[in-house]
Design a protein around this ligand. Structure first.
Ligand code: GLN
Length: 538
């Protein structure tokens, strides 16, 4: 069995420096050298998973194929690496504690006093090693959420300190810090980095590699100074300058030799020269596209664009692969009305109606969908967006007055979207939805069947409500076809407007399975339809 190497990525000074992007970029580089890699994230909060978190708190909730509601960084990991993550790739303090407490209740600790050290730290270590234990990976990259010095991060740092002791050369620490530029003095300052490394050293961890996040290029003598102050070899100090796109970061890191240093320090052999051919083709298209495509995203969390991260990334990949630059406009569904819909959507080449929960912003989504349907604009409704497609059609085409989802109006006379049978008796909110990948059979010649080029697909879900089968015939006879169905349960997964350019609603989330090198065919098809429509309008 191979010797799995464990890379730990910590952050200092401030959050939001891009640990997730550095971890993903390193993973991309190692993969391109022929190694097998997975990336894991530890989140220091007490929630069991981010599923119950409001998107304003933490951005989008990502869903893995095994149905785990995960941190949005897992989306980056998958988009950069093309490799599926799972429940084992994302842990929170809440889950670690829950598992330890369950063991304590079962009597597994045989009467011992259960403590942070060793029981919580052992549980953290077990979860790191679990990913590498069956020899599936050459590298397990573990990103520790939060910042060094946070009370919440302490048990994680202690656990990985112990792991380094156990694993020796098979473990490596990368610390990401910030070098601010003081405008008035026209100076870059390394002191916060020095302090942050000192703080890390106080926990007993000596970083092997430093990545300095900066807005201005750091002169070589400054990197040498940092190396000297922090006991890091000068060739292991890297800078991460603001990039044109996050997908540029692997190349910026490769140019400085980050992957090379990781291989040297972990004494890893094998592999080959990095093959980044496809990655470069993508970047070339991303940066050199001259034509623009105007897409609107109608949703209620538009103030925080991280709330729709996977959708916006999927759109941007698909646009780039189709040699277009994505011009994405976020439209607040709460503020969209009949009076201004034409102004707001009038020059759009395609419209996405976003997923979501609860009543807020629903009416605006319905206004957008009515306008798109009537003006035959390429439209993709995702999850709640698909449900809204159904509601709008029921109200305005079928004449079902007051039609709704029972989520929004439990006493609607026309529950065209109903609660799923297995959801009826569930009261807990966390991890209880229909989650993860399910099969879907597509109708021959439907838009999605043509897009995917096959009739059976598997896509990820996150919902409690479903298309109400009772009304299916009425919808189909009047032009909204159910073109995708789960083969086992017969749940409707995809609807399509008959005779429309491109009017598709998916109960599933195609955005969770769209990666840079493998964009989701549905997004590709949607963007192609939007491009065709924009040409047609000229
Ligand atoms: N609120 C809807 C449901 O639970 C849609 C969920 C979503 O858009 N992810 O079914």
């Amino acid at each position: 069995m191979k010797d799995t190497k464990y890379i730990f990525v910590t952050g200092g000074v401030v959050s939001s420096l891009g640990k997730g992007i550095i971890s993903s970029s390193l993973a991309r580089l190692l993969l391109s050298r022929g190694y097998s890699v997975t990336v894991q994230k530890f989140d220091p909060y007490i929630n069991i998973d981010p599923g119950t978190l409001n998107p304003y708190e933490h951005g989008e909730c990502y869903v893995t194929s095994d149905g785990h509601e995960a941190d949005l960084d897992l989306g980056h990991y998958e988009r950069f690496t093309n490799i599926k993550t799972s429940r084992a790739n994302n842990l929170t303090t809440g889950r670690i504690y829950r598992d330890v407490i369950e063991k304590e209740r079962r009597g597994d600790y045989l009467g011992k006093t259960v403590q942070i050290v060793p029981h919580i730290t052992d549980e953290i270590k077990r979860n790191v090693k679990k990913l590498g234990e069956n020899g599936n990976y050459d590298f397990v990259i573990t990103e520790i959420g939060g910042t060094v010095g946070d009370i919440e991060s302490t048990p994680y740092l202690e656990a990985v300190r112990q792991l380094k002791w156990e694993l020796g050369k098979n473990a490596l620490f990368i610390h990401l810090t910030y070098v601010p530029y003081i405008k008035a003095a026209k100076e870059l300052k390394t002191k916060p980095t020095q302090h942050s490394v000192k703080m890390l050293q106080q926990t007993g961890i000596q970083p092997d590699v430093l990545v300095l996040r900066t807005e201005k290029e750091l002169p070589p003598q400054m990197c040498r100074k940092v190396a000297q102050f922090c006991n890091v070899s000068p060739e292991a100090v890297f800078q991460s300058l603001d990039a044109k796109s996050i997908y540029e970061v692997p190349l910026m890191m490769a140019a400085q030799g980050l992957d090379q240093i990781v291989l040297e320090k972990t004494e890893t052999e094998g592999g080959h020269e990095p093959d980044l051919k496809d990655w470069n083709i993508f970047l070339d298209k991303l940066h050199n596209a001259t034509k623009e495509i105007n897409i609107a995203l109608v949703g209620k969390y538009v103030e925080l664009q991280d709330a729709y991260k996977s959708i916006s990334e999927s759109l941007s990949h698909a646009a780039a692969w189709n040699d277009h630059k994505l011009n994405l406009t976020y439209i607040h569904s709460e503020k969209l009305t009949e009076a201004d819909v034409a102004t707001k959507l009038g020059n759009m080449d395609g419209v996405i109606v976003a997923p979501g929960f609860g009543k807020r912003g629903i009416e605006g989504k319905l206004v957008a969908l009515k306008w798109c349907r009537e003006h035959d604009v390429p439209t993709l409704g995702i999850c709640l967006g698909m449900q809204c497609m159904v509601i709008e059609f029921a109200r305005n085409v079928l004449g079902y007055k007051g039609a709704n989802s029972v989520e929004m109006d439990p006493s609607t006379p026309y529950p065209v979207i109903d609660i799923m049978e297995e959801q009826k008796n569930i009261s807990d909110k966390g991890g209880t939805m229909r989650l993860g990948a399910y099969d879907c059979e597509l109708m021959e010649n439907s838009i999605p069947a043509k897009a995917y080029g096959k009739k059976k697909v598997s896509e990820r879900h996150r919902h409690r409500y479903e298309f109400n089968e009772k009304y299916r015939q009425d919808f189909e006879e009047n032009g909204l076809k159910c073109v995708g169905v789960n083969p086992g349960t017969k749940l409707v997964e995809v609807v399509e407007g008959e005779g429309k350019r491109w009017f598709v609603g998916t109960q599933y989330h195609p955005e969770y399975q769209s990666t840079v090198l493998n964009p989701n065919p549905l997004f590709m098809s949607f963007i192609q339809a939007a491009i065709a429509y924009s040409e047609e309008k000229k």
